[in-house]
Design a protein around this ligand. Sequence first.
Ligand SMILES: C[S@@+](CC[C@H](N)C(=O)[O-])C[C@H]1O[C@@H](n2cnc3c(N)ncnc32)[C@H](O)[C@@H]1O
Length: 286
Amino acid sequence: MSGAGRKPDDGAVADNKRRLAAFWDASRDYYRMAAAANPEAAPERRVLLGYLEGGERILDLGCGSCENALWLPEGCRYIGFDVSTSALVMANEEGRPGSRLRGDGETLPVADGSLDAVISTYALEHFHEPGATLYEAARVLKPGGLLLLVGSAWDLPYEMPPSLEPRRRLEVTLRRLGRQLLSLVDRRHRFDTVAEPRVLTEGYVPDADAVHVAQSRQLVRYLEALGLEVLEHRCLPHKPDPSGLRGTLRRLLRRIPLWSRGWGNTLLVARRGAKLERVAYRLLPL
Ligand SMILES: C[S@@+](CC[C@H](N)C(=O)[O-])C[C@H]1O[C@@H](n2cnc3c(N)ncnc32)[C@H](O)[C@@H]1O
């Protein structure tokens, strides 16, 4: 499953992972900014938490400083999971409820089928191995358990995170368009990755640390192939459409099913079935 097909150079990926983890570890301000940028009032967070009834055992994948723990319904048993020690220390210092686990989401130290829900907010675009990480999230869910996801999505080929050089837009657009069309034809699963996110050389602006150019349609297809039932898939634009030609173009593109729901943040809710499949995918650097 993980790593099937062409992969970016393993040494370079490992090095970027280490440097990004060091960046997250060194930057308490990053978590303050993330919390400020993604307030509880964000409609997507409210929608996700609305799926919980209370009393669930829930893991927060890429929890940061465990903001989500503050807004859970009564009786939930919360585990915050993150690769950043400083995020988890901050969560403890700020008295966030629940327990913490440190690690990489590609291998969750949690038994199969042991959780009622996995939530992940604004972390999707940071997964170096989205396929393995989403598989792990599904593995630890009980049949019937819920995967609650929100994160940036860049379904339109010309939309891309600030982790990629803006001057590469044309080249990246063509490459992504080609891959999207190919996936429509051969039905294989492909994830676009960023080989060298700009945060490592140019400092932080939101999403300059994104390493996965998430596409919500691709994610839906992959989750369904794993054996999950997608209950909700919608996009929540960061801002209104621009005026003029760009706005018109967007509205036209949105009529195409492939691109109809990939603006701004994407919200996905999926329920695990009784059986979970391992699904081959390719990681394709941009
Ligand atoms: C933008 S922050 C989001 C924090 C929080 N979920 C929120 O809603 O504000 C992304 C988090 O994902 C974590 N992260 C990235 N890749 C990860 C991985 N492979 N495993 C676990 N955590 C990861 C980062 O350390 C960071 O804390």
